[in-house]
Design a protein around this ligand. Structure first.
Ligand code: GAP
Length: 511
């Protein structure tokens, strides 16, 4: 296992231990690729949303917000192309008559080999005792290496099959890996057929009158179908944009990388409506605008790169991803797509309603072209979490785990810590806490030695710890200790709010 995989595992367990992310329905053994955001996670997630919304909607007078519903008229998805072309591969066993997802069969095969590797490691651990070095064992043991090669090969061939949309080779992979039906043990497989990624449910009171509808697989269509309503009611002139944050649902094929690929996730999307012929300029502008937004977070400029799409979707005339260097390598964080007039034209055709803009400058009506920016909120969360996670050796030979989250995104801006509970320090600290909590999310902690309390706040990324000590009551000052530098300064109580604003506020960041 590489160091990156090690650190990814640590990040996942840190996220659970410190209340950022839990597996959904864990007591029932979880639901694959579905996660819950815990008390610290929801604060970080909300702060990321606020940052995106403020920089998209608040800072751009030609972009307005929207919150459209998850359930939409089923024809929406016919018009958008999702009913016909948003698919996954299914395979049947001819003997057992059971149906499987081709990717799940391959994933199960991989899990079995992983189990073999883990058994080898457990045996070796017993044999070598304290001197056992797991990384070295994984890098040198021939059986582990051979099994790891099988896993890597299966993943890479499977990925290629999906990239090339090659179901014949995917079936061949199942045969080459000698995968058997888990129930009958038979290798008698049918060809693979596509199945749709959208989750469906039914709407209506009785089984006779109920009809099938879908949970939206992207938020964008809610924007397209509302285009004219928003344009008329907001009186915006082209070019203008509509932004929204909301849940999307996909019955994903490969759901292996924590919150990177989920079945229920959130998107932050913005559709920018422009005059036909101007779309490539706007596409370039939005590319630059979005990369600047990412880099402003200072998670490391080298962690971002553009990936231009070679194969364009039929409705796009240009598209790229902003990729982030996640613990498992560079992967898509945000998509920027020049979607032409495809979506509005389709909705015009399927609904029979005109979706055109009358342009007073040229005295003509037209279907606007669209440049889309679409970022997964959960992927953004993972980018922030994984790049902020640090294990540091300290001068006194102790170590600490610290989340160096950008200050204005941190779940708590400040933690108030009385040095001891007695001598009136708790009372003074509570007073300070009560005054500040109306402005920010503030933590209060008076349990254990102050050093341990600092570590707890470091581990959840609190940028400032405020300590109330015996001098505080005498001279109205407190100590502020900063998470990253661990530097401490003394400030008057009257100055605390200024200091916190200066260092942690979103409006300072935006301006
Ligand atoms: N409206 C365009 C659209 O939905 P997409 O590339 O399919 O395009 C946009 O998705 C973004 O949504 C991706 O860049 C990614 O950040 C996020 N995303 C897509 N599928 C996801 C999943 N299963 N889990 C988490 N995030 C996902």
């Amino acid at each position: 296992m590489s160091t990156n995989q090690d650190s990814f595992k640590k990040i996942i367990s840190h996220a659970k231990e410190y209340g950022f992310i839990f597996q959904s329905s864990e007591i029932y053994d979880g639901l694959s690729a579905v996660y819950d955001y815990a008390h610290n996670g929801v604060e970080l997630k909300n702060n990321i949303k606020k940052y995106w919304w403020a920089s998209m909607v608040q800072m751009n007078d030609n972009i307005v917000g929207l919150d459209s519903s998850i359930l939409m008229h089923p024809t929406t998805w016919k018009a958008s192309g999702h009913v016909d072309a948003f698919n996954d591969p299914l395979i049947d066993n001819k003997d057992s008559k059971l149906r499987y997802r081709a990717d799940v069969l391959i994933e199960d095969y991989i899990t079995k080999i992983e189990t073999k590797i883990n058994k080898e490691i457990t045996r070796a651990k017993k044999r070598f005792g304290d001197s056992f070095d797991e990384n070295q064992f994984r890098d040198t043991n021939p059986r582990v290496l051979e099994n790891q090669k099988k896993i890597d090969n299966a993943i890479s061939v499977m990925k290629k099959c999906f990239d090339d949309d090659d179901l014949v080779s995917l079936k061949q992979l199942i045969e080459d890996l000698e995968i058997v039906d888990p129930v009958s043990g038979s290798k008698n497989w049918t060809d693979i057929k596509q199945f749709n990624l959208m989750f469906s449910t039914s709407i209506g009171a009785s089984s006779e009158s109920a009809s099938e509808i879908y949970l939206r697989p992207e938020t964008a269509q809610g924007i397209f179908v509302n285009f004219l309503n928003v344009q008329k009611s907001s009186r915006k002139k082209i070019p203008f944009g509509i932004a929204q944050i909301g849940k999307a649902f996909r019955n994903e094929i490969i759901a292996r990388q924590f919150i990177f690929r989920m079945r229920e996730f959130e998107q932050m999307e913005m559709q920018f409506f422009v005059k036909p012929g101007t779309q490539s300029d706007w596409y370039e502008q939005w590319k630059q605008n979005r990369i600047k937004w990412h880099k402003a977070l200072k998670l490391g400029d080298d962690n971002y790169r553009f990936h231009d799409h070679d194969k364009l979707a039929h409705y796009a005339d240009a598209a790229c991803d902003i990729e982030f260097n996640f613990p498992f390598g560079f992967k898509e964080l945000e998509g920027i797509h020049s979607r032409t007039d495809f979506d509005l034209s389709q909705h015009e055709q399927y609904s029979g309603k005109k979706l055109r803009y009358f342009d007073p400058e040229i005295n003509e009506s037209y279907i606007p072209y669209v440049v889309e920016t679409s970022i997964g909120l959960d992927r953004m969360f993972l980018a922030v979490l994984s790049s902020s996670f640090c294990e540091e050796k300290l001068e006194d030979n102790n170590s600490r785990t610290v989340l160096k989250i950008p200050d204005f995104l941190a779940p708590y801006k400040l933690a108030v810590l009385p040095l001891v509970k007695k001598d009136g320090l708790s009372e003074l600290a509570t007073k300070i806490f009560d005054n500040l909590k109306v402005h920010y999310n503030v933590a209060y902690d008076e349990k254990d030695a102050v050093g341990r309390r600092y570590r707890r706040q470091d581990a959840i990324g609190t940028p400032i710890c405020l300590t109330v000590d015996h001098d505080s009551a005498k001279n109205d000052t407190v100590t502020l200790r900063f998470r990253d530098s661990m530097e401490q300064i003394r400030v008057p109580i009257s100055e605390i709010k200024n200091e916190i604003d200066k260092r942690t506020s979103l409006h300072n960041w935006l301006s």
